[in-house]
Design a protein around this ligand. Structure first.
Ligand SMILES: [Zn+2]
Length: 474
């Protein structure tokens, strides 16, 4: 099997460090919000890849952290008037729900920062003693100038980086590229006692510490994450880890591509932000999963209104093929000819070749569309045997049900589907609701009820709430 290694910018033959075992670490979410479609991509991609490694016979030790100590969490917890760890716990629970909907299995370990503080402190103290970190007023920074290979993962040059670096006024570091390992805290903020006073860890150090702790090894076989994490997060992970152990930190770096929305970068300020939870109201988790896996993981994906509908249509075709096979399993017809056995033998070989080539799931799916057509032909021409049906069915199960986990799936039938209503219709409805409100304000309740009853005949409900009235289809 070949995988593209970001560290060397080429596809390389995959060989695990220890035979039959793969230690794999993927950076998890900062738990202060529901996850969006961009967060879901690494989640689904690396879950599917882990399933594939398992199918090849590897024992996969899969670690995905939860960042539960972070500025964003602390700020949001303040707004909500609860403790930061309580807020994080709430969003870890929400994350788990979304992950389940996306058929993402639990990792072997889901370590949290708050539960690994002793190890993080030990790691930082070691870096200071080796001359790779320094303390100023209770903050500890990694000393980039003392780690010569800095920039090797992202291919960046430290002189260029220094020229472009932004330094915050409250940063006490001595060079702009240095990054915080430990932060002195403001009064009243969550903190732990350390040799440098009360404080909390910086972001990057957690991944180095927890990956080594939960694999019991200085070197990971695979480290994954989104391309946006290559610099500075992964570059910093490499620097501090290799400074600490003197051994290579990661054998294969795998990064998934970006998700854009209507060709623009997804961001809160542009308002083009899609939560998985919102999408799940209209589409099955399997459709979202298929959408994310139907493009090669390193390529960008554009998310737009039509893309999920297209994915649903495609997945329906695969589901039809799968359902047809299930029906044929109980069919006792003895046909003279069979095309399934030979065709699916070739299809499986092609699928394996696609997945062995840097996990090309997009190509693998395309062979299943061919397969679905062949199943239809076999039915129409009575060219299927028990053995052929079983082989095809096993291949569907292995790849589409277990590894890629997009089947079986059910379409979501929306109860209050007003998405097909035109904009004009929605505006007319708003006018009607306003007219009724005005009538009620004028104590003309008979008139208000008339509007409500006439709409009820059209299966449209008026709902009165404290904030005002709205409408929905029954
Ligand atoms: Zn990380």
């Amino acid at each position: 099997m070949k995988v593209y290694n970001t560290a060397n910018r080429k596809k390389e033959e995959f060989n695990s460090i220890n035979k039959g075992i793969v230690n794999m670490y993927v950076c998890g979410p900062t738990t202060y919000n529901l996850i969006h479609i961009g967060n879901a991509r690494p989640l689904v991609v690396f879950d599917a890849f882990r399933n594939y490694l398992t199918s090849l016979g590897y024992q996969v030790n899969y670690i995905q952290n939860f960042t539960d100590v972070d500025d964003k969490i602390i700020n949001k917890a303040k707004d909500e008037g609860i403790g930061p760890l309580e807020l994080a716990a709430k969003y870890i629970a929400e994350y788990t729900k979304d992950a389940e909907s996306l058929r993402v299995k639990k990792a072997t370990f889901h370590p949290k920062v708050s539960e690994n503080i002793d190890e993080i402190i030990e790691f930082i103290a070691n870096l200071i003693s080796k001359g790779f970190a320094y303390e100023i007023d209770g903050d500890v920074y990694f000393d980039v100038k003392n780690y010569k290979p800095y920039g090797k993962l992202s291919g960046k040059n430290t002189d260029d980086l220094k020229a472009g670096a932004r330094v915050n006024v409250d940063d006490k570091k001595t060079s702009p590229l240095d990054f915080a390992l430990w932060k002195n805290v403001k009064e009243g903020e969550i903190n732990w006692i350390s040799p440098w006073g009360k404080g909390r860890p910086g972001w990057h150090i957690e991944c180095s510490t927890m990956s080594m702790k939960y694999t019991n090894s200085p070197t990971l076989d695979i480290h994954g994450g989104g391309q946006d994490l290559i610099f500075p997060h992964h570059e910093n992970e490499v620097a501090q880890s290799e400074a600490y152990t003197g051994a290579p930190f990661v054998k294969y770096w795998m990064h998934n591509g970006f998700i854009t929305v209507n060709k623009e970068k997804m961001s809160k300020s542009l308002g083009n932000f899609f939560l998985v939870r919102e999408i799940l109201e209209k589409f099955s988790g399997e459709v979202i999963r298929y959408f994310l896996l139907s493009t090669h993981y390193r390529n960008p994906i554009d998310f737009n209104d039509g893309a999920l509908l297209e994915s649903e249509k495609s997945l329906t075709k695969l589901m039809t093929g799968y359902s047809n096979l299930e029906k044929l399993l109980n069919d006792s017809t003895e046909n003279q000819e069979d095309i399934l056995l030979e065709e699916f033998k070739q299809i499986e070989e092609k699928i394996e070749k696609a997945l062995q080539d840097d996990f090309n799931t997009a190509l693998a799916f395309s062979y299943f569309f061919d397969g679905s057509k062949i199943i239809t032909r076999a039915i129409n021409e009575n060219k299927y045997s028990k053995e052929g049906v079983e082989r095809a069915y096993n291949i569907f199960n292995k790849y589409l049900v277990d590894i890629l986990a997009v089947l079986p799936f059910e379409k979501i039938e929306s109860k209050e589907d007003d998405s097909s209503d035109s904009e004009v219709f929605k505006k007319v409805m708003d006018i009607l609701v306003n007219v009724r409100n005005t009538a009620r304000k004028d104590k003309n309740f008979a008139y208000g009820d008339l509007i409500r009853n006439e709409l009820a005949k059209l299966d449209i409900d008026i709902i009165d709430t404290k904030e005002g009235s709205t409408w929905k289809r029954k």
